[in-house]
Design a protein around this ligand. Sequence first.
Ligand SMILES: [Zn+2]
Length: 554
Amino acid sequence: MISEKQQKIIESIFYRLVAIRSDTNTIYEPIIEDVILNWFREREYFQENPEYFGAEPLEDDVYRRDVVWALVKGEGAETIVLIHHHDAVGIEEYGNLEDMAFRPDELKDALKGRVKKKDVLRDIQDDDWIFGRGTADMKSGAALQMGIVDHFSKQQDFNGNLLILSVPDEETISKGMLQGVKLLHKLHQKYGLNYKLAINSEPYFNNVRDKALFYEGSVGKVMPIIYAKGISSHISNPYNGISPSMIMANIQRRTELNPSLCDVHENDATPPPMWVHLKDHKKVYDASIPEAAVGFFNWLTFVKEPREILEALKEFAKEAVTETLVFVDGSYEAFCEMNHQDYDPIDYTPVILDFEEAYQRAKEDGGERFEKQYEKTLFLLKQDFKDNKVTLPELAVKLIALTGDYINIDEPVVIIGLSGPYYPHINNKNIIGEDLKLEERLNKITKKYYDFQFQKNEYFMGMSDLSYCGFTGKSEDIDVIKRNSPGWDEVYRIPFEAMQALNMKVVNIGPWGKDLHQRSERVYGPDVFQRIPTIIKELIEEVLAGDEKSARVG
Ligand SMILES: [Zn+2]
């Protein structure tokens, strides 16, 4: 078990980290980075080995954020990597309790008279639950990982190495971990580290006390952008046009919450897609049918690759446009009958393109003018993105709409592109290498000290930085993503090659947390200060002990 002294160290840094505001993608993040870096600087081990810790700046970052890292160097090359993020979501949810979001005790008192939910009230009465922004997600994980590193830094002969990465921006687009991947590569070269396992400590979600969950992977997320161009017409003459809004509505109806789009892997299924944006793309107000409409949504994945998602969406788009045309034609026929007019069937051929095809088409139709305009727009958007004035999906929408504008076709057109942030799914089953028998090992450790069960789940469902600890897709998948994501490599890039080279197993073992991102966010104290650090510490010892000791396991 982790010593009482180590437990106190974890408790003290945990409350310090919670007290420091670190809203994601803001100027607050560098402040907490300084605190974490200084904490390592004060440790005896790092005073003796100042080359073993540091801050790696993010490239092109307006807030000058860093990945803070520290390495405890033992014998040999085998290395375990601890990963956590030090940013947290904002505090708008707290309303007039905002200034208590970082003061757990005061917040707990203040919430007493304000919440009605039974389970929250029960936990308010329970001293083991700690409330506050970032308590669960994930200053608890940060603190317990730091405590574990501190523990190992005091060991004499220690087999293997332990590296910790504390990254910013996880709640935005994971810029921190994307930089972290490059840092891992650098440290591998400099110190000859051989990465065996990455341990993240995001909280687990559960309702019962005697069962904890760990995750041997992390769900993926793809964000398709759909742009529909209709046929413009004045509203007094509606049958002269085709509304892109109706096309989009039909695509949404076919995809949103459609259970056949859940990605199924063995006994689990992802939630079906959910649209997060849907809007017409009218440039000015007038009495005509909008010329275009645009929308985007999240598609969560266990095994499906973006290539398959694009293919599926093209099919849905085709059906949706056809459905729209049939409906408009039927309405027109009825209208003609009412007005005793001749009916001439409405006849269009829908054009469905992925972004790569649309870009080619625009180049053919718009020539150099299009290319120049595209370059110029991209250049300006790149600056806006750096200055935080535009988000990744907004930027992708602008580039797709510009491309759509240059396509010269008198038919309804649908363009399907992709936008970052892209989170590839990851799971140990698809990562080559030794089976670390994590479930067996974790349950053996918990049985030794505690009386709860550690249940294995294949995927952490909240999206996490583990997504970037490897890439198990094919190289053609990478090509499809790059070619269909406007702005790729210019504003947003994923170091796929470096990720592929990492090839380490992944696991998420964190404390029990509830209501993340809400004002009742809370974490289970005993997990933070004692149970999870003990379990991770022992797991690290077992995994790094190598074959001799692992032969004794199970
Ligand atoms: Zn998190």
